[in-house]
Ligand binder design. Structure first.
Ligand SMILES: Nc1nc2c(ncn2[C@@H]2O[C@H](COP(=O)(O)OP(=O)(O)OP(=O)(O)O)[C@@H](O)[C@H]2O)c(=O)[nH]1
Ligand SMILES: [Mg+2]
Length: 380
């Protein structure tokens, strides 16, 4: 999962650290060469002074013993000076050798490459630009210990991604809270284009919630696609979860409404409403979603998109968000997504959290979205 983006990011951070370190070493070598010259000159100067003093002291041979002693003390003191000077110079350069300051010019060489690799791995343009801009702000001009350069870049990345991803709410807690406080079922409406995994996700979530002691009822709101009602009924039977269904062609809003009434009567905690897949460009079908929203007043309107579709998923989620105002996102098929950029972008462009990742076809293959786990998966 997300292996490509992980590998590319790893290569990029390794590459930029190594290249910057090499460039810095070349600079330091030059400086050190110059400094060696300086040291030589300094030593020569001190030696000449000492010679001159020796000569003078010979001339003063006849002076008293106490004066000679004093001179010796001065000599010893002066003999130490060249060593001190060498030490100081190398101390100064030692500090320079162990730290790096990345300049704007140096960063620019690598930033284009970074932006390209992000775009190639399904990161939306605005998100790629934000990452580059934020990384620039974080690392340019900062005094960084050479041996910590790669980690410093990785840490900066981590912080940026943490900022981009939105912290998801705990759905199970919200459902329980609503039921406890209002004695009302929590209603979740699922939407998205055809075949993204809405029905499978509903079955997975129902099963997941059941495991947490939360009861569910499913509304078979896809009355359009052939065999859709049978499909969801089969899931319900397998999982032991009630499915409310009408005939094909009937109004999905009224099925949702009936499921809510059933939940109220039977003290069921949560209602999950399935809908027919519809293209985000079909305005009349999006308006049908508005009607379901008006009638069922869902607590959460969840967009279900495929992790693998990249920019298409971004367009879809934008369109659904504009029509019905979504509250959260489920990204399915993350198990077959090598890129990972959709997960990074889809929340940022809508400012809505990813609630779950679908990670396979089986019921247990669903994970509540975890920011830190995601960052870890990117190898950061
Ligand atoms: N690998 C993988 N496959 C998935 C995942 N979620 C769903 N699928 C598969 O995707 C296909 C479509 O799933 P559905 O749940 O029928 O999708 P849908 O959005 O309800 O489709 P429509 O009702 O036709 O719009 C099925 O074969 C599922 O098994 C997932 O997380 N990973
Ligand atoms: Mg379906």
């Amino acid at each position: 999962m997300f292996g490509k983006l992980k590998e590319k990011l790893k290569n990029w951070t390794k590459n930029i650290s190594e290249k910057l370190e090499e460039a810095e070493e070349e600079k330091v070598e030059e400086i050190t060469e110059i400094s060696k010259e300086d040291v030589k000159k300094e030593i020569k100067k001190v030696k000449e002074e000492k010679k001159k003093e020796k000569k003078e002291s010979k001339e003063k041979k006849k002076q008293e013993k106490t004066e000679e002693k004093e001179e010796k003390v001065i000599k010893v003191k002066e003999e130490k000076e060249p060593e001190e000077e060498v030490k100081n110079i190398f101390k100064r350069f030692g500090e320079k050798i162990s730290t790096i300051k990345i300049s704007e010019k140096e960063f620019d060489v690598y930033s284009e490459e970074l932006e390209m690799l992000l775009l190639e791995n399904n990161v939306a343009m605005e998100v790629a630009e934000k990452i580059v801009k934020d990384l620039r702000k974080k690392i340019i001009g900062k005094e960084i210990l050479k041996k910590e350069l790669e980690d410093e870049i990785k840490d900066s990345f981590k912080d940026i991604i943490r900022e981009i991803l939105i912290e998801p709410p705990n759905l199970a807690v919200e459902i329980k809270d609503k039921f406890l406080n209002q004695n009302e079922p929590y209603v979740i409406l699922f939407c998205g284009i055809n075949g993204t995994g809405k029905t499978t996700t509903i079955a997975k979530i129902a099963d997941n919630l059941k495991g947490r002691g939360i009861s569910c009822v499913i509304a078979a709101g896809d009355t359009f696609r052939a065999a859709s009602i049978e499909q969801i009924k089969t899931h319900g039977e397998k999982l032991g979860i009630k499915v409310i269904a009408h005939d094909y062609g009937s109004d999905p809003a009224s099925i949702g409404f009936d499921a809510i009434q059933y939940a109220k009567k039977n003290s069921i905690n949560c209602v999950l409403i399935d809908t027919a897949g519809r293209m985000h460009t079909q305005k009349n079908l999006l308006r049908e979603m508005e009607k379901i929203v008006k009638v069922c007043k869902p607590d959460k309107k969840v967009f279900v998109g495929e992790s693998i579709t990249g920019n298409d998923a971004i367009e879809q989620v934008r369109s659904f968000n504009e029509t019905i105002g979504i509250d959260g996102i489920v990204l399915t098929k993350a198990d077959i997504d090598e890129k990972g950029g959709t997960a990074l972008s889809v929340g940022y462009v809508t400012k809505k959290p990813i609630l779950y990742l679908g990670t396979g076809q089986e019921y247990e293959k669903i994970e509540p979205f975890d920011k830190e786990k995601f960052i870890e998966r990117l190898g950061l």
